[in-house]
Design a protein around this ligand. Structure first.
Ligand SMILES: Cc1cc2nc3c(=O)[nH]c(=O)nc-3n(C[C@H](O)[C@H](O)[C@H](O)COP(=O)(O)OP(=O)(O)OC[C@H]3O[C@@H](n4cnc5c(N)ncnc54)[C@H](O)[C@@H]3O)c2cc1C
Length: 431
């Protein structure tokens, strides 16, 4: 079949690689000059700046398999560490890479620093309760409501809220407990290495986007960068993809791997109900602040930070990749940044800078390098959120992180969606 993939983010690239492997004739259309979508780098150099700090988890099985299949050396590209929520003073929680998951969580809690006996007992009771209920709950429940009776406030603030905001990019007061529990089930309590943190050692472009484009071209697929799709039209049983210039070719199937807003625009006349559901999704920003600072020894390359709504916006700090000879290059991440960003990105940057100085007792020697705000970083994963399904019409599917599924907007959700669309191509062809 002739298959058009609209969008070369991680979902579109996953769909394109898997469709090519399945023997289809694949054409990819991408608006931007660089592939990768929201997980892209500004250019193809080794020092390129990313559209925000990304971390992967050991449980991202499909993403890791895809990276391997297009020739990425995972050992070099990613730094693998057991999951840890380490604060700058060394307190926190570190999951042992060995043993039954609940036993490992119990052991980690026992040795956690900065928590009382009551905190630890309440966290363990919470984890046993989740397992007992098979990580299920009512779809309309928020994470705060899930935790109303347990655990203690300190466990909520220093453990659950940072995990929630990192995984769902949504504050715990609004976040979907069902999605949060699905993430916990498949990471913290999943297979042995599922919760491992995989920290990129290279620009994002080199983790998948550029190797995937190279692989696609080497395997006969066409990849058109800087080629925005303006419209999709039905002609009898086929599809015309209108992208200007010469490529108004007809396709048997189309996979829409764009953002929700663009997918809604492209389907407004073809499938109005589907388009309305995609258009109704709310989005949440992430702000990434980079700075250089005098060298300090950190207890881990990724630190959790105490954050609040008034003074301290950043939830995590990273010291990753090649570091300058005599300074630290630090990335601070502000997730679920909607209320902060309403005050302006300069205000967020100044507050994050002050937060870092306060944490390490530093002053003017810490310098701001850049601030980057992605206002539509992910869909807001609220309790009861309605996500549009993968199938739009026979021969027309959506593949992206917002499509209905068990997980929040992540790289793994995007790759799973791309692969699911390809698995359904044959079914669609029979309709
Ligand atoms: C700052 C930030 C930090 C994040 N951190 C993490 C993290 O730590 N871990 C994690 O797992 N996830 C993280 N995410 C989420 C992750 O980046 C996304 O879930 C994922 O990249 C979504 O991929 P996608 O392919 O579904 O969509 P997108 O990346 O949005 O790709 C859509 C593509 O379609 C293209 N396009 C749109 N319209 C058209 C058109 N008309 N014609 C042609 N092309 C079009 C776009 O240019 C884009 O390339 C983060 C996101 C951001 C922004």
């Amino acid at each position: 079949m002739k298959v058009a993939i609209v969008g070369a983010g991680w979902a579109g690239l996953a769909a394109a690689v898997r469709a090519t492997q399945a023997g289809h004739e694949v054409t990819v259309f991408e608006t931007a000059a660089m592939p990768g979508g929201r997980a892209r780098s500004d250019d193809d150099s080794a020092a390129a700046i990313d559209n925000g700090q990304h971390i992967l988890l050991g449980g991202y099985a499909r993403t890791l398999a895809l990276m391997r299949d297009v020739g990425v050396d995972l050992e070099r590209a990613l730094l693998r560490l057991p999951l840890a929520m380490t604060y700058p003073d060394g307190s926190g929680f570190a999951l042992s890479p060995r043993g039954h998951r609940l036993a490992a969580a119990a052991a980690a809690l026992r040795s956690a620093r900065g928590f009382s006996g009551l905190d630890k007992a309440s966290a363990l009771a919470m984890a046993i309760g989740w397992q007992w209920r098979r990580f299920r709950c009512a779809p309309a429940l928020t994470v705060d409501a899930l935790l109303r009776t347990a655990p203690t406030a300190r466990v909520r603030q220093r453990l659950i809220e940072p995990l929630c905001v990192a995984a769902l990019n949504t504050p715990s007061s609004q976040a979907s407990a069902a999605v949060f529990l699905a993430v916990m089930r498949d990471s913290l309590f999943g297979t042995r290495d599922a919760a491992d943190l995989l920290l990129p050692q290279r620009p994002l472009a080199q983790l998948l986007p550029l190797p995937a484009v190279e692989w696609l071209r080497a395997h006969g697929a066409s990849v058109h960068l800087r080629r925005r799709v303006a419209a999709i039209e039905r002609i009898a049983t086929r599809w015309r993809v209108v992208s200007g210039v010469d490529a108004e070719a007809a396709f048997d199937q189309v996979v829409l791997a764009t953002t929700a807003t663009e997918a809604a625009r492209l389907t407004r006349d073809l499938a109005p109900a589907w388009a309305a559901t995609a258009d109704a999704l709310a989005h949440e920003p992430i702000v990434t602040v980079t700075l250089t600072a005098p060298q300090r020894t950190w207890p881990a390359p990724m630190l959790a930070l105490e954050s609040d709504d008034d003074r301290h916006p950043a939830q995590f700090a990273f010291k990753l990749g090649r570091q300058p000879a005599d300074r630290d290059r630090v990335t601070l991440v502000v997730s679920a940044a909607g209320s902060w960003l309403a005050r302006g990105s300069e205000v967020v940057a100044a507050a994050a800078l002050a937060q870092y100085r306060a944490v390490f007792g530093l002053g003017d020697e810490v310098e701001l390098t850049s601030v980057r705000a992605d206002r539509r970083a992910t869909f807001r994963c609220t309790a009861g959120v309605v996500r549009p399904p993968r199938a739009i019409l026979p021969g027309l599917q959506a593949a992206a992180d917002y499509v209905a599924g068990p997980y929040p907007a992540t790289l793994e959700a995007a790759v799973l969606a791309g692969e699911a669309a390809v698995a359904a191509l044959a079914d669609d062809a029979r309709v």
